[in-house]
Design a binder for this molecule. Structure first.
Ligand code: PBG
Length: 331
């Protein structure tokens, strides 16, 4: 059928008909909310480049997690900053470390909030790299042993899902074997499978003080130019035992998301990272865009591309907006 018989505008005429034919809908249940917990603060401390986001002490991080859960967000993704950093990231493995304590605090609340932890050394090393440095580069096999121990200590504290974000080879298998050997066979792994070496992580590195002191992360994170390699990384991680795979960042990588969604059979998480969040906030503050519309458009596009899980600093705002608009429709 062609024009004039065919008129696609018939299905755009009213809010009701648009709702009827809408293909993608956001729900609070789609989201994981990243939270920063730090041994260096005693009260919530705003992160300058991420308006609305704080570094929290343990008690307050639990309170913020609960606030998000009550808005309908199933879980949080925890990142920690220790008081002291060293060359091998020792604090990452401490049973009394900042993330381990935060997990216990959140788990002591009377709620079913899902706790996911970042497994990586970059927040704990004084040089800022994601592993142990030998001869100027990150040593793969020495690093994955540490990551496996870190994952076990998070599981021991009560984490439901561990999320290795370091991009070392073989770390998903190493983490799976270590968890199983310690009786944590029901702790799941969300693998940062296709994590690109991106300029969008700047504000995050400010938040946790993890900008590399020398070099960059190109010898472990992926080249932004590649997509076939992402398919290989996903396949390797699933074979090593990943329960959920991830693409990160989101916006400049939606083609990667769509390709992976078609070819793999586990849930796909997509990380709407700190630089993407900061761009929206800056655009809104300067008056160049409406924050709510811009945010909902971006997150809907991420879901449309194929994300099953969206990790976003906007999560509580979005959950609040979705609740308001549902209230208006039902009321
Ligand atoms: C590394 C890690 C990074 C992020 C999450 N885990 C940054 C990096 O590679 O430097 C970035 C998240 C964001 O930018 O929001 N452990």
């Amino acid at each position: 059928m062609r024009f004039p018989e065919s008129r696609p505008r018939r299905l755009r005429k009213s809010d009701a008909v648009r709702r009827l034919v809408r293909e993608t809908r956001l729900h609070a249940g789609d989201f994981l909310y990243p939270l920063f917990v730090s041994e260096r603060v005693t009260v919530p401390e705003p992160i300058a480049s991420m308006p609305g986001i704080n570094n929290y002490p343990v008690k307050d991080v639990a309170r913020e997690a609960l606030r998000a859960f009550k808005l309908g967000i199933p879980g949080v993704l925890l990142f920690g900053t220790p008081a002291e950093k060293d060359a091998v990231g020792s604090e990452a493995l401490s049973s009394d470390g900042i993330v381990q304590r935060a997990v216990r605090e959140i788990k002591s609340l009377d709620s079913d909030i899902l706790v996911v932890t970042d497994v990586c050394l970059c927040e704990y090393t004084d040089h800022g790299h994601c592993g142990i440095v030998e001869e100027g580069d990150v040593a793969n096999d020495a690093t994955i042993e540490k990551l496996a121990q870190q994952a076990v200590s998070h599981a021991d504290a009560g984490a439901d899902i561990v999320a290795p974000s370091d991009m070392m080879d073989g770390r998903v298998g190493a983490v799976r074997r270590a968890l199983d050997a310690h009786g944590f066979e029901s702790t799941a792994i969300m693998a940062y499978s296709a994590k690109y070496c991106s300029a969008f992580y700047g504000p995050f590195r400010e938040a946790v003080g993890s900008a590399p002191k020398f070099g960059d992360r190109q010898t472990y994170q992926m080249d932004p130019a590649n997509v076939v390699e992402a398919l290989k990384e996903v396949e390797l991680d699933i074979n090593e035992g990943a329960d959920i795979v991830m693409v990160k960042p989101a916006l400049a990588y939606l083609d990667v998301v769509a390709r992976i969604r078609q070819s793999c059979h586990v849930p796909l998480a997509v990380y709407n990272v700190s630089g993407e969040y900061a761009m929206v906030k800056l655009a809104a503050q300067s008056g160049a865009a409406d924050e709510k519309r811009l945010t909902l458009e971006i997150l809907t596009a991420i879901k449309r591309a194929g994300a099953d899980i969206i990790i976003s600093y906007h999560a509580p705002d979005v959950a609040g907006w979705l609740r308001e608009s549902e209230g208006q429709k039902n009321g």
